[in-house]
Design a protein. Sequence first.
Length: 416
Amino acid sequence: MLTWCMEDWKISSKRRLFMLPGPSEPYPEILDKLQNRVLPHYGPDWDKAFSRVREDLKKVFQTKGGIILYPGSGEAATHMVVANMVKPGDQVITLTNGFFGDYINMAVEAFGGKSILVRESFGKAMDPEKVRKVAVKEKDAKAICVVHVETSSGVENPIREIAEIAEETGKACIVDAIASLGGSELRMDNWNIDICLGYASKALGSIHVLSPIAVSKEIWDSIEEKSQYMTPFFIDFSAWKHMRWGGTHPVTMPTMNVLALGEAVKIALREGLRNRFRRHDVAGKAMREGVRAMGLGVLPEEEDAAGTITAVKVPTGAENRIRNLMMEKFNIMMGASLGGLVQGKETYGKGELVRIGHMGLVASPEYIVPTLAALEQVLPEAGFDVKGSGVEAALEVFKQQPKEWINGLMSRLMVR
């Protein structure tokens, strides 16, 4: 007989700091503005707010195309994109060097596509020349799919070069920018990206379970109204563009999530995208220099490392011990390594990596320095001999580039 009590439903009252690969620490300004405010998913106030968020997101994606705000996780949004861009029998080049590249490959095959897999070593960026050779050879391939920042490894892939290859070889370019949108340089129209999906609670620093998807103007304009939608109909692009039943979206929207995302985008635009990208670059370098100074390693080479997440090599078997100590002693949450997919053999550094996110709000010394200080204290308890001061190494990076994080702080305080 199933029994339960109220104790089973209690959640820790401790305030945790999210130094995670996602969800990221939300901006306090967003949480403050959402208090005691409820908005239904229809009516003139909602229509105006919804339209404003989509228009502002075009500036972040740097596109003149269409914007879909999909009320779901990044994985669900990936399925939506693949369902619309890949038909049974379509040949698709999928690039992978980690968990989420493999996930896209699985989605392509799930929707009946014939995947042409281009694999790079875990922890290494995709090689554009290797991609070019495959793209030229596979003339019938319809698209190239690639992850911008592979959060399983902390690698940033050369999206601009890959998008150029797709354009030169007449293929659509589909980009998973879930862990990079708002934190890494991304110019959708200038780089000829056709479909790009992001996420609210990664580098944008909003609350989770909302995935903005940008569709290039060329593809958006070509979406025709259908007499019958695909099943389920709400993942059909045409259902979001041609809503013959009226309204601004084909499903009930999480209005509070959308309003939160609107505030996050406003903060990003106030800071300025170039300044914001630079701030994440500096934060990433500070984190990497900090962990190296302690004697730990970083998975990718410096030239391949992302500005939004760092994959730290830890002694085999110490991963969970380190993460648990960080939570128990300092209320700081860090990400674990990822296990292999059902049909894959890759373990993605299982048991040997701690993934530290520095996205949005926490891409700043006010969060990175305390995290490194805490890590210095828990490592000896996990059996690791700390070689030097990660705090001092990180501060040296921040001292050399002070205006990036100061401007980021001031831009938040100026938002109204």
